[in-house]
Design a protein around this ligand. Structure first.
Ligand code: F6P
Length: 197
């Protein structure tokens, strides 16, 4: 039966400085996760399925491609639709800087994180809409490993777990964790493997 694997990219330079968005490289620790990922995937496949060929989907941003770079699978595809939430004018800022520069926006986002749209950027609802073609394609495919970003993963995870999308902005999707989803008729089985790095 088909499975879908999900992972955030490894820790990035921006994760370390607390800046949002951008297109930074992985940190040293992020690279360690990238190197460990093939082993996590094998562990998740189990001995009898270790030769299963996965297709790897990433965003167009460097940190997801770097995270995929040690995976031994030939089919790797980049999707713009998997790029992180576009923070518009706030791209590259820390949450503290946003609160100082745009206090009203900061509050509005906290009040309704799902609907709040960054100035010149996106809301979670916008992400859900741009993920539609991804979800359609996923339903037709087998054994896809998706390496993408926090906000995008929250929306994908909510979709497969049947959680109302309005709750997705608050869900916890930790770094350095491989999530395996096995969709079944009435529910989805989930298992998580955390890399110890
Ligand atoms: O901080 C990492 C990050 O992926 C940012 O690039 C993005 O804006 C943010 O997380 C999304 O999380 P939240 O919606 O909780 O701010």
């Amino acid at each position: 039966p088909r499975s879908i694997w999900l992972s955030r990219h490894g820790e990035s330079e921006y994760n370390l400085t607390g800046q949002i968005g951008g297109d930074s490289n992985l940190s040293e620790r992020g690279w360690r996760y990238a190197k460990r990922l093939p082993e996590l995937v094998l562990k998740s496949l189990g001995e009898e399925n270790k030769h299963t060929n996965l297709t790897v989907w990433t965003s167009t941003l460097k940190r997801t491609q770097q995270t995929s770079s040690f995976l031994p699978y030939k089919r790797k595809l980049q999707w713009k639709a998997l790029d992180e939430l576009d923070a518009g004018e706030c791209d590259g800022m820390t949450y503290e800087e946003i609160e100082k520069t745009f206090p009203e926006d900061f509050k509005a986002r906290d009040d309704d994180k799902y609907e709040y749209r960054y100035r010149g950027g996106e809301s979670y609802r916008d992400i859900v809409i741009r993920l539609e073609p991804i979800i359609m394609e996923l339903e037709r495919q087998e054994n896809i490993l998706i390496i993408t970003h926090q906000a995008v993963l929250r929306c994908l995870y909510a979709y497969f777990m049947n959680v109302p999308q309005e709750e997705s902005p608050w869900m916890s999707i930790p770094l350095h964790t491989l999530i395996k989803l096995e969709p079944r008729a009435y529910s989805t089985l989930v298992s998580r493997i955390k890399a110890d790095i």
